[in-house]
Ligand binder design. Structure first.
Ligand code: SF4
Length: 213
């Protein structure tokens, strides 16, 4: 794994510390500010997701719940691999738990959070090879407004830089059953793209017929 430049490592540590101390939305967050994310200067895979849930908030660990288990299953990563900041960075659109909607379901990520922190943090993740866009909020922020299901179906068009995915919530399991191509086609392609991104030996010289990377 190629080490990031010492200046980049220091800048990322500084920016990460500032993000962890952020209290901008203190008046509106139901459980108060507690930014939950994972950074590593050498990370080759970036997961841009929605926002932490209650368990992620309580444990200060992203995707530390059933959604995370589902996502790790899709990616073919163990918990140890997923939570290794030397390989994987996780930066949601809203860094803090945003609460619930009155009629149920997660509230949207805190407005303005991604616009504030992504430009500070992401340019310092200089080793990232692949960004997973998990859920509609992440896709809309990075790619512009669009239909999530269509983007997921058309995932290959966004490679090799991005891989759009649905949010791995329990609701997605019924959608998966109605869309067998997800397990049959997308998941193997996703695992290949993730493995290639994490493998320092994978590059243009490898001449892979599947990803062209
Ligand atoms: S949601 Fe984002 S902007 Fe708001 S307090 Fe948390 S880190 Fe700061």
């Amino acid at each position: 794994m190629r080490p990031a430049a010492p200046d980049t490592i220091r800048a990322l540590e500084r920016a990460g510390a500032e993000a962890r101390a952020c209290t901008r939305c203190a008046a509106t967050l139901p459980l108060g500010p507690r930014p939950v994310f994972q950074l590593g200067a050498g990370a080759r895979l970036l997961i841009t997701s929605q926002a932490p849930g209650t368990h992620a908030h309580a444990t200060a660990t992203p995707f530390n719940d059933a959604s995370g288990e589902r996502l790790r299953g899709w990616l073919g990563l163990t918990r140890a691999q997923f939570y290794d900041p030397a390989r994987v960075a996780i930066v949601p659109i809203g860094l803090c738990y945003p609460g619930r909607l009155p009629r149920g379901g997660d509230a949207p990520p805190a407005p303005g959070c991604a616009a504030l922190w992504h430009p500070r943090l992401l340019p310092l993740l200089t080793e990232v090879r692949l960004t997973l866009l998990v859920g509609g909020y992440a896709q809309d922020f990075v790619l512009g407004k669009g239909r999530m299901a269509e983007r997921v179906r058309d995932y290959a068009a966004f490679l090799p830089r991005h891989f759009p995915l649905p949010h791995p919530s329990w609701r997605t399991t019924a959608w998966e059953r109605r869309n067998p191509w997800f397990a049959a086609e997308l998941v193997p392609a996703l695992r290949h793209a993730v493995a290639a991104a994490l493998d320092p030996g994978c590059g243009p010289e490898a001449g892979c017929w599947r990803c062209g990377a």
